[in-house]
Design a binder for this molecule. Structure first.
Ligand code: ZN
Length: 90
């Protein structure tokens, strides 16, 4: 799918929240964006990049988690107040 960088980040955060997992940004450059699950040994990750001569992001890798889902993750560390505001507008 073709999306903008900002939308890619929101999509990733929505994904993290919906799966009740926490990720950390692994690569965040102008043309590459990769996040990985914080759990050691879990292959869960999402990767997006901008192809040469293109301006839109392409999500190329979505690896599902094999880690145990954490219950009662009330305050998601990846969710900031500005992102909450953005999510509410979209
Ligand atoms: Zn995981």
């Amino acid at each position: 799918c073709l999306i903008q960088r900002k939308k890619l980040k929101y999509a990733v955060i929505k994904w993290a929240m919906s799966t009740h997992r926490v990720f950390r940004t692994h690569i965040s450059s102008p043309t590459n964006y990769t996040v990985k699950c914080v759990e050691t040994g879990c292959p869960g990750n999402v990767h997006g990049h901008v192809p040469k001569y293109d301006i839109h992001w392409v999500v190329t890798i979505i690896v599902p988690h094999n880690c145990v889902r954490k219950n009662l993750l009330v305050k998601h560390p990846n969710l900031t107040s500005s992102l909450i505001a953005q999510l509410m507008y979209t």
